[in-house]
Design a protein around this ligand. Structure first.
Ligand code: AMP
Ligand code: MG
Length: 362
């Protein structure tokens, strides 16, 4: 049951387009099967390895942890993950977010996770000047991304829906969130990152010092590998197969956003991706193919990778130069990879990275 890995990488940041098409139904059964199997392996003299794979937050999740207590910690992590999804999902009837989105503008009492994550995402919306906006949901629905029945909305429809998009109108505090009628929240841009932080914290508390959490391409690692070396996280090639490069890291989250992860082709052959520019209501199309963010916290990486993708190459570089509390890798049309200076020594070109030009951002 051990995960098969490419020799060069332990995980990949960035979800493949094929992922969501594979058998979701089968994956719904897998948690039970895999958890029962336990996936525990005593290494040859190394610490015990435990792993669990299951479907959650609309993606495939694989958690691998090492050492004593890893197995029971993973069982707890899987349970906690289900709980998070029940609060944060926009589509599960009964979740905090669902109740808010269908609450007709009334204040709604929410759980701690929801309050904490909504507060965080509003703060990030402010810091990114609205490039990240969790109230984009009505627009996302119009493009059909949640229903998988995609369509291109008309200008008037988009203008009407954009009048319902404004993170500044969401009020949160004391366990209560108020969303004006007609508006709707979507935590899809930050949910997996937040979940990564929660699960990493849970594993740390259980005494786990080495783990690899792969939440559908949102990778979060605890410590280094059991042998003391760095984890090796592959960055997907957003323009095709394989990987662009490999990052050697420890104790960080590595989160990638890109339109290649989820998109549809319009009748005219245009590509429409799942990340929407809140300024226009249209899927982002600015020459960037993917943005990978590396920092200690998964939720920070997740919020930023989406926001920087919206900002585009120049905006992302300018944002990094202003803040410098994260590192990033940009992949742009034309075959260019930009790596911020703190990552330059940790990044090595991968099998598909040969034709790309690598530049360092200082
Ligand atoms: P990610 O893969 O983390 O970049 O998140 C993308 C998801 O966030 C999309 O599938 C939507 O659910 C949501 N989303 C799309 N555009 C935005 C945006 N501008 N601000 C916030 N959430 C967004
Ligand atoms: Mg994100």
């Amino acid at each position: 049951m051990r995960r098969r890995r490419n020799e060069a990488e332990d995980a990949r940041s960035g979800r493949g387009a094929a992922c969501k098409k594979a058998g979701k139904a089968l994956y719904m059964l897998l948690p039970i099967l895999l958890t029962l199997a336990g996936c525990v392996r005593g290494g040859a003299g190394g610490p015990e390895e435990a792993s669990a794979s299951f479907f959650g937050m609309d993606t495939y999740i694989t958690l691998t942890a090492y050492g004593e207590g890893a197995r029971s910690a993973l069982a707890d992590a899987q349970e906690r993950m289900a709980q998070l999804e029940q609060s944060l999902s926009a589509t599960d009837a009964g979740s905090d977010v669902y109740v808010l989105n269908h609450g007709g503008g009334k204040p709604v009492a929410v759980g701690e996770d929801t309050e904490s994550l909504v507060s965080f995402v509003l703060e990030m919306a402010e810091r990114t000047d609205g490039a990240l906006d969790p109230t984009i949901y009505p627009v996302l629905l119009a493009w059909g991304f949640t229903a998988e029945e995609n369509r291109v909305p008309g200008e008037e429809e988009l203008a009407r829906l954009l009048s319902k998009v404004d993170y500044r109108k969401v009020a949160v505090g004391d366990g209560v969130i108020t969303l004006p009628e007609g508006m709707a929240l979507d935590l899809g841009a930050v949910g997996k990152g937040y979940a990564g932080d929660v699960l990493a914290g849970l594993l740390r508390e259980a005494g786990v010092q080495s783990a690899l959490l792969d939440l559908g391409g949102n990778v979060q690692v605890l410590g280094g590998k059991p042998d003391g070396s760095d984890w090796r996280v592959g960055i997907r090639n957003p323009a095709g197969e394989g990987i662009l490069g490999v990052l050697a890291v420890r104790d960080v989250a590595v989160v990638t956003s890109g339109s290649y992860e989820r998109f549809f082709l319009g009748e005219d052959g245009s590509r429409y991706g799942h990340i929407i520019d809140p300024g226009t209501g249209y899927p982002v199309e600015n020459g960037l193919l993917s943005v990978t963010v590396v920092a200690a916290e998964g939720k920070y990486c997740d919020a930023l990778s989406t926001a920087l993708f919206v900002m585009g190459r120049e905006g992302a570089v300018e944002y990094w130069r202003t803040h410098r509390d994260f590192e990033m890798i940009l992949a742009a049309e034309g075959g260019e990879i930009l790596v911020t200076e703190g990552l330059a020594a940790r990044f090595a070109r991968g099998e598909q990275g040969g034709g790309w030009k690598v530049g360092v951002v200082e």
